[in-house]
Design a protein around this ligand. Sequence first.
Ligand code: ZN
Length: 484
Amino acid sequence: MLIRQSAAEERGKPDKYAITNTRSSMDPFLTYSDEREMREKVWRNYYSRGDNDDEFDNNKIIKKILKLRHERVNLLGYNNFAAWRLQNRMAKNPENAMELMKSVWPAALTRVEAEVTDMQAIADKENAHIIIKPWDYRYYAEKVRKEKYDLDSEEIKQYLVLDNLTDALFFTAEKLFNFRFTPVQDVPVFHEDVQVYEVSDKDTGEIIGLWHLDPYARQGKRSGAWANTYRSYSELEGAKPVLASNNSNFIKGAKGTPTLISWDDAETFFHEFGHALHFLAADVKYPTLNSGVRDYTEFQSQLLERWLATDEVINRFLRHHETGEVIPKKLVEKIRKSATFNQGFATTEFLASALMDMKYHTTNPDKIEPRKFEKETLKELGMPKEIVMRHRSPHFGHVFSGEGYATGYYGYLWADVLTADAAEAFAEAPDGFYDKNLAEKLVKYLFAPRNAIDPAEAYRKFRGRDAKIDALMRDRGFPVPEKE
Ligand SMILES: [Zn+2]
C-alpha cells in the first residue's frame, strides 16, 4: 500500500491511493482487491493501452510496421516476414513453430475450463452471484491456490540462505562441468559487494575464467537479475580466460544475519548461473559463434534451474538458517505440486500472444486491420472469454517496438520443450541429474559449441533423438497427446 500511496502523492493527491497502469501494479491489484468494479476498471485501463482512438493509438502504426516488414522481405525473395526471420532459428520456419503451439493449445484451453469451474465454485460458495470475468481470474485463482496448495513462502525462505545457494551453484558446476570456484581478493571491482572467483578445471588446474557475483540491491542498480560477459572465449582472439558475471537484487540481511531469498529467486539464481556457465564453457573458434539463437539460448539456463530441486542440492544446501535442519520433504513436495497451478491461464495468455505474433507475420498486411484482425483470429482459435492475450497487439512491445522478438515470442515455449525433455533425460539416466555420461554430453553438445553446431543437431547428439513435447505437457499438468 505504501507504494501506491506514494504514487498518488507524486500525482498531487497525498490523501489518496493510485494504481498505475503497469503490470506490477495491475497484477497484485487484480489478485487481491475485493472491489470488483475497481478490478474491472483497472483491467480495462491496462488491456486497452494504445487502443483508445486517441493520439496514442497504435493500430495504424502496427499496420505500417507490418507493411514495411513485408515489403522488405519480399525484396529479399521471401513470402512473408516470418519465413525470412525464422530461417536461422531452431524452428527453421513458421510452420514448425505453429505446429508446436497448436499441439499445446487445446490442452491449455481444456485446463482453463477446469480452472474456471474451480473458481466459479468458490464464487458460488461465497454467494457472490457472479459469472467469472477476465477481471475475476487472478482474484479467484488466488483463492483456489490458498485452498489447494497452501504454500507459505516465508516458511520456505528460512531454508534458502544465499551463501549456501552460492555453494550449491559451485557444487552443481563441479559435478557437471568439472569446474572449481576459488575466491580471489586481488581483482579490482566496481563495488565492494562484488565477489570474484577464479574458475579452473578441477583436474588439470587450467584457468577457465573469472566469475563476478554482484548479489545485492542498491540504489541506482538496474532491477532484476541477469548474466553478462565482460570477455567471451574465442580461439581466434587468443583463447583468453572468460570474464563472466551474475547480478541480482537480493535484499541484504541485516548485519550479522544471513541473506534469505524466495524459492522463485533461488530458481532465477540458478537460471542466471546457467547463462554464466554457458559463457564459461564456450569452446569456439570465431567470436561471432558466441551469439545466441533466440529460441535456443534460454534453454541451457532454464535447464540449469532443475538442479535446485535435486536431492543432492536439497540435502546439502537447503538448510534452515538457524537450526541447520534440511528443508522438510513435505514442503518440497508442496513446492513441486504447486508448479502446475494456474498453468491453463499462464499457457493460454502466453500462447494467444505467440500465435497472434505468428499470424501477423504470415498474413498479407494489406488484409490486416489490427483491431479486427486480433478479434477475428482469437475467435477462430477459440480463445476463452475469461482470458485476454498477455500482450494485446497495441502494446505488444516484444513484436512491434523492435524486431528482436518479432515472430520470436514462441521462442519461450520452444525453449521450454527442450528444457523439459532434457530434464527427463537426466531424471531417467542411471545416476539421475548427476549422471557422468550424460553430463559430459551436456557440456560437449549443448554448452561448449554455443552457436557453432546447428541447435537441432546438437540436441539430437545429446538426446539421441529430437525433443518431444510430452515432458512439457507433464510439467504443466496437461494430458500428453496420443500419437496416431
Ligand atoms: Zn535467461
